[in-house]
Design a protein around this ligand. Structure first.
Ligand code: AMP
Length: 506
């Protein structure tokens, strides 16, 4: 019997979608009810205890903000101690708590969920939609992640798949997927820059396309920069204006905040095609005397641009850094590709046009390119395919270990090509030592602890001897998906060990 096809899934911060290559070789986005192609990446539990995913969850968001989880992709695979978690905790309506493995859990209706479990539910929903549409049970997928995801975040996505019986056959980077959607079948020889600004993350990658070879030269990004941050500047502005007028702080009122959030996002999108947009919310709160109060204001595109200029500046600074890392000039970029809903904002296109001296390409659909690229890649992995592709990717941040003094010893620098393996010799530092422990981090900071802890690698069974006598060969292996495996060999005892690096303790 023929195996069911592998689908491509774009697991987005705000919306997710899936695509597939059909029997005639064309790529199709998998439609959801009512012709929609995307499923909101939202999970909730309603007052009756029902789990809601996608549109159903998003619809009741305003009324049930404490038990509605959105933007959770930003927390996937994060350690509790990371600054990002701290920032996120302060801005979301749901409760974010420490888990027992220095990870993060979310409290939804007094039930505790690991981030993988939430991602799993969203993947499951998309799988169900695809299985119903294709009338075959789907069990395998290529899933995209931001290029800037570290090892832990990638592993978390694989784990999420496993929880619901989906084999994530390959993780690929979102910008690479977009480049596939753009470049396959065109016999191109060009250097492209993918500028991907979605709901929660920003990624930029420089990719050289040589027909069916897609080689990433450099990548960079910011896991904390996306459409949500544009919304937040607007929300902050509305709250400040309202407080100045009425003396009332709405930030502690979850229902009011949800209404403001909703309208802020809609207004932001409106302002991509209009110069001004009203911002009115009736009965947002009441005065101490019980008199209802409304929000009545207007936003102009100019005001929005002013409020968000620093965010756009940050993206362009990252573009400049990635150009330097790749060793190419703006003139050597043949195409600038826009991916992610937030790139519809006109000022972003204008600033990029100025930066590169030419307008960005309209070659890919910003919302669909990633899922389409994932489906094409999935198709290339099928047994009976005639689509042969070669993806050459890089790691987004350095991987290394903590030295005795706390310094970060880099084993792979950022933008190191993958797959890649490196070996180091490790030795004991005191007499009688029989165990070597290494803390492995990923990030670009010189102090190991300021980077993301990937885990601890412990190798035991070393013959007790003098300090420095043992010579253990430790190999770091990063696979095509950017996932690290470590192995060690002690030639004196012949003892070997191999494992993915995982955080097991706080
Ligand atoms: P994505 O993760 O690619 O689905 O991007 C979603 C983000 O794009 C959200 O923050 C949306 O608010 C934003 N977005 C969608 N459409 C527009 C638009 N027309 N103008 C500005 N931002 C938009």
């Amino acid at each position: 019997m023929q195996k069911p096809p592998i689908i491509g899934i774009d697991l987005g911060t705000t919306n997710s979608c899936a695509a597939i290559v059909t029997a005639d070789g064309s790529v199709k986005l998998i439609p959801y009810k009512g012709g929609d192609y995307t499923v909101p990446s939202v999970f909730a539990i309603d007052e009756k205890g029902n789990e809601l995913i996608g549109h159903e969850a998003k619809r009741q968001w305003q009324l049930n903000p404490k038990n509605t989880v959105y933007g959770s992709k930003r927390l996937v695979g994060r350690s509790w101690s990371s600054e990002i978690v701290e920032t996120m905790r302060k801005t979301v309506g749901y409760e974010v708590r420490p888990g027992d493995r220095n990870d993060v859990v979310i409290d939804v209706a007094r039930r505790e969920f690991h981030l993988q479990e939430i991602a799993a539910r969203i993947l499951n929903k998309i799988r169900d939609v695809a299985s119903n549409y294709l009338r075959v049970p789907i069990t395998r997928a290529v899933v995209t992640v931001p290029a800037y995801f570290n090892d832990r975040q990638r592993q978390a996505v694989k784990d999420a798949g496993k929880l619901v019986g989906i084999e994530v056959v390959r993780i690929i980077n979102e910008p690479t997927a977009a480049a596939l959607a753009y470049g396959i079948g065109k016999k191109l020889h060009e250097t492209t820059l993918v500028y991907d600004l979605g709901g929660g993350t920003f990624d930029v990658s420089i990719i050289e396309i040589r027909d069916r070879v897609f080689e990433v030269k450099a990548t960079g990004g910011d896991i904390f920069l996306g459409g949500l941050d544009f919304d937040n500047t607007m929300i902050h502005h509305v709250l400040t204006e309202f407080a100045a007028k009425t003396g009332i702080d709405l930030s502690q009122d979850p229902v009011a905040m949800q209404r403001i959030k909703d309208l802020a996002e809609r207004t932001k999108c409106d302002l991509s095609t209009r110069e001004t947009s009203p911002f009115n919310i009736p009965f947002i709160t009441m005065t101490a005397q019980g008199q209802p109060l409304n929000i009545e204001m207007a936003f102009t595109r100019k005001k929005l641009e002013e409020l968000t200029q620093h965010l756009v500046d940050r993206t362009l600074q990252m573009v400049a850094r990635v150009l330097v890392d790749a060793g190419v000039s703006t003139k050597q970029i043949d195409e600038v590709m826009l991916v992610g809903g937030q790139t519809r904002m006109p000022i972003i296109q204008e600033r990029l046009t100025k930066f590169f001296g030419k307008p960005p390409s309209k070659g890919v659909h910003p919302d669909e390119a990633v899922a389409i690229g994932a489906a094409l890649y999935a198709h290339s992995l099928e047994d009976d395919t005639n689509l042969r592709l070669q993806l050459l990717d890089v790691i987004p941040m350095a991987i290394g270990l903590e030295r005795a003094g706390g310094d970060f010893h880099v084993v792979f620098p950022r933008n190191a090509a993958i797959p890649n393996a490196k070996q180091i010799q490790a030795t004991t530092s005191f007499d009688g030592q029989t165990e070597l422990a290494m803390r492995i981090y990923q990030g670009d900071n010189e102090a190991a602890k300021k980077n993301e802890l990937l885990g601890e690698f412990v190798f035991s069974g070393i013959n007790a001897g003098k300090a420095g006598e043992a010579q253990v060969e430790v190999t770091f292996d990063v696979n095509v998906e950017g996932i690290l495996t470590m192995s060690a060999l002690d030639p004196a005892t012949g003892r070997k060990m191999k494992t993915t690096v995982r955080v097991t303790q706080s």
